[in-house]
Design a protein around this ligand. Sequence first.
Ligand SMILES: [Zn+2]
Length: 246
Amino acid sequence: MIKYFYRDGEETKYKVFPSDNPKSKRMFSHIACWQCNGTAHLPHYAHIDNGVCYTCKGHGAHRAQVWTKEQVEKLLEKDKIKNEKFLKDQEDRKEEILAAQEKRKEEEKIAEEKRLAEIEDKFAKQEYIGSIGDKIELEVKVVFSKTFDGYYGQSTIYSLEDNKGNSLVYWQSGYGKFPTMEKKEKDGTLLFYSPPKGEKFLIKATVKDHNVYENNFGKTKQTVLARPKNIQDVDKQHWQDIGTWK
Ligand SMILES: [Zn+2]
């Protein structure tokens, strides 16, 4: 009786049969299911469908092509040659591969150094506004505002910018109220609404702190404000005079 083998050289213990296609000379057998190890059952899934293995649908085995000893030895020999050729090729190109890796590493290092230098350069050009405790009056632009839900309730952060691009920040407890825009309706009702990004204000505030905000993309000198007041309507003349945005 002829012995048949799987592609890896292991002999099949199962019955061997020809292909369904009468023109094909290929031979088939079965191979134990890798999921249930040929048992067709998965004990840890006993509570579902009595633990029938879904991978082999309870057959315990899968169909697999098989070869005679002579055929499989030829295939394995081909694999060996192919593998040796691959290894030799890798060995021959070792210098080239290493050089390419080195070059890439060096390029990445240069790019990272450049990125960090740019961050430092930008940081050096930034300025804190006023001294801590100062009462200041200045024009600001809204970069963003965001309301967070925290342990003590809501708080809103306002990220602002002066006309030189220096960063200011104000934390407010509760939903964002500052800076508000006012709009008087025809019937006299006063409406307040939060400003969109880019909106400009003239404010009075106290400088509470100077700190550095840092993340993966850069670092920023921040002037932290306390008790800011939008004085746009308090001193309209001043507001108009100050319109110096670039
Ligand atoms: Zn199975």
